[in-house]
Design a protein around this ligand. Structure first.
Ligand code: PEP
Ligand code: MN
Length: 383
């Protein structure tokens, strides 16, 4: 008899793990257990380089707002030939740093071997890097290797702005019964050069935050900016958006760091950054606050309505242009005209305090939508 394998169901006894992750106040228990009166801070070098470097940095961070010491042991490099990390020997240095300072230790893991070694060396916090979050096979391998442990696991956003992929990574760990989870926003890759190394997409993180309000959210201003002079400003932005913590690369001799030299700060600078940061309250009970806020939000809603109205009028004009181009058999994209519009809008926006980045973003989206409208008209077949 021939059996068809196509129709087969999983063998009996095999369970498919597909629990959807729901928000729950228990998600932030591990964070609350730190009992901090300030945001959680994770700090330490991009990479562990030598025992002496690890010990010196950990000593300097000991009596500060830092709760967790970070150090990369295995480094994912864009191209071969860069410093690929010291490997397992570095875990011994971290164990020593933990014994001497009491700081919890965090490393990046990218496969089951890393997890096994980190567990053997009593590492407390594991993070999954941006280049690993993009790969569900790798995340699943890590989740399987961690099943049954009670480690804190932080999932960095994938390099590409894909919220489902980011959440999917967290869900794989959740399904492996990892209870102490958190996410790290480290910005996203872009082909275009911007002032950031990895552009922050605050909106994506806000969406994640609104779906899982109790899932601890940490900002990584070091990898977002790639530049130590911007760490303060981006850290403040994160706190203004209610982030629960920061992960900041810190080195005793940043300029001579073996990786990510430009973005690392000294322990002294880090402490100054903490002093300058303003921690905002989530809300304010006072009546005058509520009255003023309601009025301002009403105002914002009115402007948003007008924006939609104007956009729809602009698209109606695009439709007319599409009809004319169709009649005369002219191509939809007129790149010179588009460059002129963009340049004009950037100049006009600058005069009104609107950044070039913002104008580019918004007009690219508008232009894209206009093209879609025109194409629809041009390709319409007459019935
Ligand atoms: C890191 O934290 O050192 C790192 C490699 O980060 P990312 O995965 O965000 O690039
Ligand atoms: Mn780094």
């Amino acid at each position: 008899m021939i059996h068809s394998t196509l129709q087969q169901h999983p063998p009996k006894g095999d369970t498919i793990k597909n629990t959807t992750m729901e928000n729950s106040s228990a998600m932030r228990k591990w964070l609350d257990d730190f009992k901090l009166s300030h945001p959680l801070v994770i700090a330490g070098p991009c990479s562990a380089e030598t025992e002496d470097q690890v010990m010196k940095i950990a000593q300097e961070l000991k009596d500060s707002d830092v709760s967790i010491f970070r150090a990369g042991i295995w480094k994912p490099r864009t191209r071969p030939g860069g410093f690929e990390g010291v490997g397992a020997i570095g875990l011994k240095w971290l164990q020593k740093a933990k014994a001497e300072t009491g700081l919890l230790m965090a490393v990046e893991v990218a496969n089951a071997t890393h997890v096994k070694l980190a567990l053997e060396h009593d590492i407390d916090v594991l993070w999954i890097g941006a280049r690993t979050t993009v790969n569900p096979f790798a995340v699943q391998e890590i989740a399987d290797a961690l099943e049954g442990t009670d480690k804190i696991v932080l999932v960095k956003n994938p390099v590409n702005p894909d919220l489902a992929l980011w959440i999917g990574g967290v869900e794989r760990l959740y399904n492996a019964n990892i209870k102490k989870l958190g996410v790290i926003h480290r910005g996203f890759s872009t082909y275009e050069k911007t002032k950031y190394r990895n552009i922050p997409e605050w909106q994506i993180a806000i969406e994640l935050q609104s779906r899982f309000p109790d899932l601890p959210l940490i900002c990584d201003p070091s990898h977002i900016t790639g530049n130590r002079n911007m760490i303060q400003q981006v850290s403040q932005q994160a706190l203004d958006l209610n982030y629960d913590g920061l992960i900041i690369e810190t080195h005793i001799d940043p300029d001579n760091a073996w990786s990510d030299a430009a973005q690392q700060v000294t322990p002294k600078t880090l402490k100054q950054i903490f002093k300058n940061l303003k921690v905002r309250k989530e809300t304010d009970e006072a009546d005058d606050y509520n009255v003023k806020m309601t009025r301002l939000r009403f105002n914002i809603d009115e402007h948003d309505d007008k924006i939609i109205e104007i956009l729809s009028k602009r698209m109606a004009v695009a439709d007319e242009i599409g009809a004319l181009k169709k009649e005369k058999n002219v191509a939809v994209l007129q790149s010179q005209r588009w460059t002129e519009i963009l340049d004009k809008m950037i100049t006009q926006g600058a005069g009104k305090g609107l950044s070039e980045d913002f104008i580019k973003h918004i007009f690219k989206a508008i232009h894209q939508e206009s093209i879609i409208h025109q194409e629809r008209i041009i390709n319409e077949t007459r019935s």
